[in-house]
Design a binder for this molecule. Structure first.
Ligand code: HEC
Ligand code: HEC
Length: 283
């Protein structure tokens, strides 16, 4: 297996085992403008980044897929945002409250998505947006948790993410959050599965390369949740991690579990400097 991974980096056996094309395509430099607002999709990486420059996953998509994200009326992810608007003001649970009763308009969460996940002082651990939403449901609404990667959760995360569209990601990784970040980093660089690959083997060493019919990106989270044409729904970050692990024939970690939450924190921090785009459109 080691041999395969070595040749992966050399671009040899990789083409045979996974179907990578031999040529490395450059990401396009198309400009993203939504609602008259221009959102950079290619930025210089901050000091200390493992990447020389940062690319939104959008630049690796086909012109047709890119176009769907440029117009909110064409973006199928927005249908789910509309659904979340309804959920937002619908009372649920034993307290008989809706999100709106305590948080007002979704705009009150402007900027929040760009700093997520973050250290939650009261809980004493790093919380994803999903964690915060479920905590509100259980603790403040007396309602059941939503499925971590389910439709209702993805839609609400999309509605909240939209309030941070264009905001620059600034995930804080120091202080008490550092241990979780280290854990996520270790998972990111650990080879797993029958193909003996790590996240970094694809998204750091080989972005820009074609893998089967897919143009490999840096695996950034700035576009999440992402509407995928493949499954016609909004996909959460951890839903995507699960798919990537399955593709390398590894047993995925539990969605909502400690490993994936740490991984989401670490991967989010690799996007520090990129603007938030969610909900994005992907193939
Ligand atoms: C009964 C009041 C109440 C309801 C209803 C409620 N929340 Fe909360 N929510 C809170 C409180 C209190 C906090 C913690 C204080 C804080 O950090 O803002 C919080 C925190 C949050 C946070 C983290 C905010 C941050 O700045 O860190 C998010 C996100 C959130 N709630 C989303 C929701 C969503 C979505 C709903 C509806 C499904 C909801 N909440 C329903 C009271 C409520
Ligand atoms: C065999 C190569 C491979 C490995 C290993 C891999 N992925 Fe992926 N990943 C892909 C492909 C192909 C896609 C779809 C095209 C793209 O966006 O890169 C993708 C997409 C993604 C995306 C979506 C990016 C976007 O903008 O929509 C994220 C996030 C991601 N991967 C994270 C991970 C993480 C975290 C790991 C490690 C657990 C991992 N991937 C392992 C191949 C891989």
């Amino acid at each position: 297996m080691k041999k395969i991974t070595k040749s992966i980096l050399a671009g040899g056996m990789l083409a045979l085992s996974l179907g990578f094309a031999t040529q490395a395509n450059e990401p396009t430099d198309a400009v993203m403008t939504i609602d008259g607002v221009t959102i950079p999709t290619h930025v210089k990486a901050p000091a200390g980044s493992p990447l020389p420059e940062l690319f939104s996953g959008w630049v690796f998509r086909s012109t047709e897929t890119q176009a769907m994200q440029l117009d909110d009326f064409d973006n199928p992810g927005m249908i789910f945002v509309d659904q979340a608007w309804e959920t937002w003001s619908t009372p649920e649970g034993s307290a008989g409250k809706s999100c709106a009763d305590c948080h007002g308009e979704p705009e009150s969460f402007a900027g929040l998505r760009a700093v997520m996940p973050k250290w939650n002082e009261a809980a004493g651990e790093v919380y994803t947006l999903e964690d915060y939403i479920n905590e509100s449901r259980v603790k403040y609404m007396g309602a059941d948790k939503w499925k971590y990667s389910g439709g209702k959760m993805a839609a609400m995360v999309a509605l909240i993410s939209l309030q941070s569209r264009g905001d620059i990601i600034n995930v804080k990784t120091d202080g008490p959050a550092a241990a979780t970040w280290e854990k996520g980093k270790e998972i990111y660089y650990t080879r797993v599965g029958q193909l003996d690959m790590s996240c970094a083997n694809c998204h750091e060493d080989n972005y820009g390369v074609m893998i089967r019919a897919d143009h490999l990106s840096q695996g950034q989270l700035n576009g999440f949740p992402a509407y995928r044409l493949k499954n016609a729904k909004l996909n959460t970050a951890q839903g995507r991690f699960k798919g990537c692990m399955k593709n390398i024939r590894a047993t995925p970690y539990k969605v909502g579990g400690e490993e994936f939450r740490a991984l989401q924190f670490y991967v989010a921090s690799r996007g520090n400097g990129l603007p938030i785009e969610g909900p994005s459109v992907r193939n």
